[in-house]
Each structure stands twice: as structure tokens, then as C-alpha cells.
Write a protein that binds this ligand. Structure first.
Ligand SMILES: *Cc1c(COP(=O)(O)O)cnc(C)c1O
Length: 380
């Protein structure tokens, strides 16, 4: 038993911070909402699953290997990625999902009184890790659904250590093109670490989309995040990484947890990395279904924000948290966006056609039920 009031042990920034509550398992949710099937469209997962080669590796994983510690620094994976991208293996650091490497960077560079800068409506984990580690997260409002470069530059002060740019942005799908990115980096002029989170880069085929890995040479303060959770369909195995200039990475390495990437994940990734057909098939599916979703939603008279990435946002004429529950009872799980500071919006992951149809059908049904009677219509 703790012999002082527990709160005496808890830092103020932890007292202020609210724990994130993950969703319950499918079976529990289906019981709770009384639905007999569930389309999970809340986490931007790849509906095609992992590449076939990686599936085979997972099936064949020797059980005895489960008793051995994996490579502590993803040795073979780093070498493979280095040759694929023409970089040095020591420029890569792996984590238990890209989520974990966010903490590595913040721990490596921030001390008491420092701050980080990102957008107000973006992937929340940068903000959360900063806040629960006791550092200020400066959230610069987005502009036209994209990161606002001018306002972000203005938010920088002498205690700013890291700037996080999600490119393309989750959830809005907007991106900074090469010109905007290099213009921004020129003005930061190496004074801060600039993290470019490219979790969805493999979904982007625009010619003016910048490749963060190519920017690192000219801008040694750039750190790029990538993950195998989205395009490579390995979210359940938890593996992501950062890549940067040797000098920067050698600093971040000090805060890096060894053995946090398991052996199955490392082996699966070895088979997944070079499967460009899988990337192509996924892109085709996502582009096709995103176009379908977009036209169906517009036909319902709804505002849609969809650009790059495997997700789309929709504005609803009702509370997003209410819509979430109503959609759940019809077997469709989306992401309610109040938590992303987008009240009345939901984000839906692009899935197979069957899932997209189920979503449109469920959404149409709940909207019909909540549309108020037009003026002049007798309320019978
Ligand atoms: C999903 C996601 C990540 C990290 O995913 P992991 O599963 O932890 O690798 C990072 N950034 C963005 C923007 C994401 O959407």
C-alpha cells in the first residue's frame, strides 16, 4: 500500500492527462451493440491484409523461435531497408509501431520547459506523448484542412525542440508539396528537429509529393517516420521506424528500447518490403473505393474531406459520437472525430466494396431517421 496520498506521487502533467481508452474487442462490441457482423473502419487498416509472402512467413514461423530474443535492433530489416533506399543501416531505428519512435525522439531532445509544435487537427500521439512527458505541445490551427506553415513558423520560440508534420495528414489527407516543404525547412534553418510522419506515403502517387528520405541529405535536422501498419497490413505485429541523419539518429538511439520489435514482425517485414505488387493492388482498391465513397456521400448531400491516404472524413448533421453509436448498432465502426477537435465529423477507413456499401447503407438509414421535417410539412 502507498503510505502517502497517491496524488503526492503524481506529477501535475499526469494529473491533467486523461488516459486513452482503446475500443473493446469485436465480440464484446457486437454483444454491446447487438449487431451480428462488424466492419471495422476506424483504424485505416489494409483490407487486403499483409503481402502474401509475409503471410507465408507468419504461417511458417518456427514455434521454438518464440523462446529466443529477437534481434535487438532489427539487424536484417535495417540492412534490407538501407539497400532499398540507398541509405546506411545505422540511419534506421525501429520501434513497436511508429507510435513508439515518437517517444524516442521526444525523450532524446526535450527537457523541462521545452515545447514541440504540431497542428491542432492531426494524429494525436505527438501531442499526447509530449504532454504526458511534461512538455508543452503547441497546436497550430490547420488552414484549409492542411498544416499552416506560416503560423507554425510563428509559434517557434527558443524552447521549441521538435516540429511534427504529418504528410499526408491523418485525418484530412492534405499534404505539403516539395516546394512548400523545402520552403519551410529553409526557414526553420536547422534550429529544430523536423519530423515528417510519412505513415501513408505509399498511398500517395502525386509527382510533387516530397520524399522525406531524399530531404535528409540537404536538411540533416529532418527525421522521417514510416510504418508497416498501413500499406503493409502488419498493424497487429507492431513495427515501425524512424530514419534520419547519422548524427541525429545516434542521439535518438540512446532513448531507444531494445527488443521492443518482436521476431515474427521482423521476419514478416523482410518478406513484405519488396512486394511492390501488393502496394499497387492496395492503391487500386483504395482509389476505386475512395471515389465510390466520395460520390455516394456527396449524393447524400454531405461535405466530404478526402485527399491522400486510405481514409475519408465526412461532416454529419448530427453529433459524431451519436452517429458512432448508431453506426455501431448497424455493424459499422468508424472513428468519431471529436477527439481530433472535429466535432460532427467522422473518419472512415477505405475498405473493400462490401464494407463501403455497408457503411453507405447504414449512414443513409441513420440520416433518414434524424432529418427534421421540412418547414410547412405537417407533423403527423
Ligand atoms: C497509424 C499511424 C502511425 C503509427 O502507426 P503504428 O501502428 O504505431 O506504426 C503514425 N502516424 C500516423 C499519422 C498514423 O496514422
Amino acid at each position: 500500500m502507498v503510505s502517502v496520498p497517491l496524488s503526492d506521487l503524481v506529477p501535475d502533467y499526469i494529473k491533467r492527462f486523461e488516459a486513452y481508452l482503446p475500443s473493446k474487442p469485436d465480440a464484446e462490441l457486437m454483444k454491446l451493440y447487438g449487431c451480428s457482423r462488424l466492419f471495422r473502419l476506424n483504424n485505416n487498416e489494409n483490407p487486403l491484409g499483409p503481402p502474401p509472402g509475409a503471410q507465408e512467413i507468419i504461417r511458417q514461423f518456427p514455434p521454438m523461435k518464440a523462446s529466443l530474443y529477437p534481434s535487438g535492433d532489427a539487424y536484417f530489416v535495417r540492412n534490407k531497408l538501407a539497400s532499398r533506399f540507398g541509405l546506411d543501416p545505422d540511419q534506421f531505428l525501429f520501434g513497436n509501431g511508429a507510435n513508439e519512435v515518437i517517444a524516442f525522439v521526444i525523450k532524446a531532445f526535450c527537457q523541462e520547459g521545452d515545447n514541440i509544435i504540431t497542428a491542432d487537427k492531426t494524429f494525436s500521439v505527438y501531442e499526447w506523448v509530449a504532454e504526458f512527458s511534461g512538455f508543452e505541445a503547441r497546436l497550430v490551427p490547420i488552414k484549409n484542412f492542411g498544416f499552416d506553415d506560416e503560423a507554425m513558423l510563428k509559434a517557434i520560440d527558443g524552447r521549441t525542440k521538435i516540429i511534427f508534420i504529418c504528410n499526408p495528414n491523418n485525418p484530412t489527407g492534405t499534404y505539403w508539396n516539395t516546394e512548400k516543404m523545402t520552403g519551410f525547412l529553409d526557414r526553420v534553418a536547422g534550429r529544430q528537429i523536423v519530423v515528417i510522419d510519412e505513415a501513408y506515403c505509399e498511398f500517395v502517387s502525386k509527382p510533387d509529393y516530397p520524399n522525406g528520405m531524399e530531404l535528409m541529405e540537404e536538411y540533416p535536422n529532418v527525421v522521417v517516420f514510416r510504418t508497416f501498419s498501413k500499406m503493409y497490413g502488419l498493424a497487429g505485429l507492431r513495427i515501425g521506424y524512424l530514419v534520419g541523419n547519422r548524427e541525429v539518429v545516434d542521439v535518438i538511439r540512446r532513448t531507444c528500447v531494445v527488443y521492443s520489435v518482436n521476431g515474427v514482425a521482423q521476419d514478416a517485414v523482410m518478406a513484405a518490403i519488396d512486394d511492390d505488387d501488393h502496394v499497387e493492388r492496395t492503391r487500386e482498391l483504395v482509389n476505386r473505393e475512395k471515389a465510390y465513397l466520395d460520390s455516394e456521400l456527396r449524393a447524400l448531400g454531405l461535405e466530404v474531406q478526402a485527399a491522400e491516404g486510405c481514409y475519408a472524413m465526412v461532416r454529419l448533421p448530427m453529433s459524431d459520437t451519436l452517429a458512432y453509436r448508431k453506426l455501431m448498432s448497424r455493424g459499422v465502426m468508424v472513428r468519431s472525430m471529436t477527439g481530433f477537435r472535429f466535432p460532427n465529423w467522422i473518419r472512415v477507413s477505405i475498405g473493400r466494396h462490401e464494407a463501403m456499401e455497408a457503411f453507405i447503407e447504414a449512414l443513409s438509414a441513420i440520416l433518414k431517421k434524424t432529418v427534421p421535417a421540412a418547414p410547412g410539412q405537417a407533423s403527423s
